[in-house]
Design a protein around this ligand. Structure first.
Ligand SMILES: [Zn+2]
Length: 251
């Protein structure tokens, strides 16, 4: 059984990570979880079920809060960035509308127009990447073809690469500086590859789970193989993680 508690997300967006409103929400979530476990104790039996708790993402601190505390952060105006980019591309190549769309920090080119203008889409992608990279609040920009060939241990690059989909990804990817977001100037959001957006709780308890903790890096993709090991069944087809050994009681 999967239960999703989404109030923390809505209230987190509206008020930010350090808000009393969010603290209050977590107190209430705790009471709600107690209600669930009391029901499971009654219906399934105490110690007769296994539970895991995690999150699908973290969240960024509120940029205005960071700047108040002299930590670099800020807001990106995506609309202005896109306007400047479109103008820059038109000035460079003398052709309008070579960009079809910009969405989720990816730029989609109009490949038909590029071919009709006898331009090279690789070169156009490189021009756009360096144009975006020179803008305020941008950490880096990569033509997707270049990004996918990058072979390094940097987890930020690896996360971008994992987000690639051959049919849906754009031609250029860009990354904002840490603490920057394309968002209204209150509350906060998530979605970057930085640690504040990707570090989430991972708790297991109940039948077959050993008491303890680990500071070793674990991933939410380790949950399914850990539960599979507990159940002594094979891993789901798409499994990419490993069982978390510290969790499993010795039999
Ligand atoms: Zn959200």
């Amino acid at each position: 059984m999967m239960v999703c508690y989404s109030s923390t997300d809505y209230i987190g967006h509206a008020f930010g990570t350090n808000a009393k409103e969010l603290q209050d929400t977590y107190v209430r979530l705790d009471l709600e979880l107690a209600r669930l476990f009391e029901t499971l104790d009654r219906e399934v039996g105490k110690g007769q079920y296994t539970v895991f708790l995690t999150a699908d993402h973290g969240v960024a601190p509120v940029p205005n809060y960071l700047t108040d505390n002299k930590i670099p952060a800020g807001y990106i105006h995506e609309k202005e960035l896109v306007e400047a980019l479109k103008k820059g591309v038109q000035d460079q190549y003398g052709v309008a509308n070579l960009i079809r769309n910009v969405s989720n920090n990816e730029v989609y080119l109009d490949h038909k127009k590029i071919a009709a203008a006898k331009l090279d889409s690789g070169r156009v992608s490189h021009f756009i990447a360096s144009f975006i990279q020179s803008q305020e609040g941008i950490a880096a920009a990569y033509p997707t073809a270049t990004l996918m060939k990058m072979n390094e241990d940097n987890p930020l690059i690896q996360r971008l690469q994992r987000g690639y989909h051959p049919k849906r990804s754009g031609d250029i990817n860009y990354v904002l500086l840490p603490g920057y977001m394309n968002y209204r100037k209150y509350g906060t959001t998530h979605g970057s590859a930085f640690v504040y957006d990707t570090h989430v709780p991972l708790l297991l308890f109940g039948k077959g789970v050993k008491k303890g903790e680990t500071f070793k890096r674990t991933n939410i993709t380790d949950i399914a193989p850990t539960i599979s090991a507990l159940l002594e069944i094979s891993n789901p087809t798409g499994t990419i993680g490993n069982p978390i050994g510290e969790v499993l009681e010795r039999r």
